[in-house]
Structures are given as structure tokens and as C-alpha cells.
Design a protein around this ligand. Structure first.
Ligand code: HEM
Length: 185
């Protein structure tokens, strides 16, 4: 995973638990870099190992820690130069979700060799959206749920996100439903 992702995790932990807590997590995870290099690629194993230790320190399970990190990631990513790319492509939740592949592809041009997720977006009943998520990486569905909720927060829209298909329970991939309660009222 790109250092950018690990760096965001480092920033979240430092904000919430303090710099000393991060330092001890870094040592326990046997990460040599004191600060992650944003453009460098690190083995995925580093991110998973860190997520496990961070969850322990936060006193929650790994899925809850990844969910919290998904929220944080959205706010972090928006502050990066690519936040402008995102805003140039969409101005609300309904516009951004179908644009996620194109957005990640554009970002990937700057980072040859990254493995970006893939999404498919279908209109569903009651004006809801079904978001299909594809990735070779396991266990990141709670992160996706958090990022999707974070998109609603970023645009100041009230949305409800539920996971409706689970890859780790035998489905071919994870699927999320986004409801727009204000639009339905
Ligand atoms: C400006 C906003 C965003 C930026 C700059 C960004 C960038 C990135 C980068 C650099 C990675 C790491 C890929 C790698 O190292 O192999 C990544 C992964 C990921 N991104 Fe985004 N992203 C953004 C928004 C979003 C949004 C809105 C979603 C919605 C769900 C999303 C979902 C994911 C997921 C799930 C991954 C984990 C990789 C995987 O599933 O295999 N990202 N993104």
C-alpha cells in the first residue's frame, strides 16, 4: 500500500492517542521509517500489522478500527492535492460514487504499480445506490463503509450506508447500499 495510506493512519493515531503511542506502535510493528514516505510503496503486510496493533491500542476490534480509519481517510485524502481532482469530478455523493474508478485511475497515473480498488454503482429501489466493491485485498470492507460515510459528511449530506453482501461470508464481492433519507422524505 502506498505510504500515503500508512501516513494517514499515523496521523489519525497521533491526533487521537498521541505521538508517544504512535512511536510504540511503530516499534511493535517493526516499521523502520519514523515517518512514512507518501510516494513510496510498502508491503500490504505493514498496513495490516499496524491496523491490528492500532485496534488493540484503541480497545476495539480490527473492523471498528478500519471503519474509523475510513472516516479519517476521507478527510485526509480531501486535503491532499488529489482532493482537487475529486472535487473537479463531482459535487455530491451521487456524482462521486460512479466516478470513483476514474478518480483512482487518474491518481494511479502518478504512482505506477499501485493496486487501486474497483467499484460499480447501480441505481436501486427507492432512489438508493448499490455500490459494488472489488479488491484483491481482504478485510477492507469496514474501511470502505467508513469512507462512504465520510463522503456524505464531506458534502454535508445525510446518507445511510449498509453492507448488504459480504465477501468474507461467501459472496463474490462486497456490496453496500447508500440511502438518501432526505430525498425520500
Ligand atoms: C481524493 C480522494 C482519494 C484519494 C487521493 C485516494 C487515493 C487512494 C490511494 C493512493 C490508495 C492506495 C492504493 C495502493 O497503495 O495500492 C487508495 C486505496 C483505496 N481507496 Fe482511495 N482515494 C480517495 C478516495 C476514495 C474514496 C472516496 C473511496 C470510496 C470508497 C476510496 C476507496 C479506497 C479503498 C477501499 C482503498 C483500499 C485499497 C483496496 O481496496 O484494495 N478511496 N486510495
Amino acid at each position: 500500500m502506498l505510504g500515503m495510506v500508512n501516513y494517514a493512519l499515523q496521523e489519525m493515531v497521533t491526533e487521537r492517542l498521541g505521538a508517544e503511542a504512535w512511536e510504540s506502535i511503530r516499534v511493535e510493528a517493526e516499521v523502520a521509517d519514523r515517518v512514512f514516505v507518501i510516494m513510496k510503496q510498502y508491503p500490504d503486510e505493514v498496513t495490516y500489522r499496524l491496523a491490528g496493533i492500532v485496534a488493540q491500542r484503541m480497545g476495539v476490534g480490527v473492523p471498528d478500527a478500519l471503519h474509523a480509519f475510513g472516516h479519517y481517510w476521507m478527510a485526509f485524502a480531501e486535503r491532499q492535492p488529489w482532493g482537487k481532482v475529486m472535487h473537479s469530478m463531482a459535487s455530491n455523493v451521487r456524482e462521486l460514487i460512479p466516478a470513483l474508478n476514474e478518480m483512482h485511475s487518474r491518481i494511479a497515473l502518478s504512482f505506477p504499480g499501485v493496486t487501486m480498488p474497483q467499484f460499480r454503482c447501480d441505481d436501486a429501489e427507492g432512489g438508493s445506490l448499490l455500490v459494488h466493491y472489488f479488491s484483491p485485498r481482504p478485510g477492507l470492507a469496514p474501511f470502505v463503509q467508513g469512507v462512504l460515510e465520510g463522503i456524505g459528511a464531506m458534502y454535508g449530506e445525510t446518507i445511510e450506508v449498509d453492507q448488504v453482501e459480504y465477501k468474507d461470508r461467501g459472496a463474490s464481492h462486497d456490496v453496500f447500499r447508500i440511502r438518501f433519507p432526505a430525498a425520500a422524505a
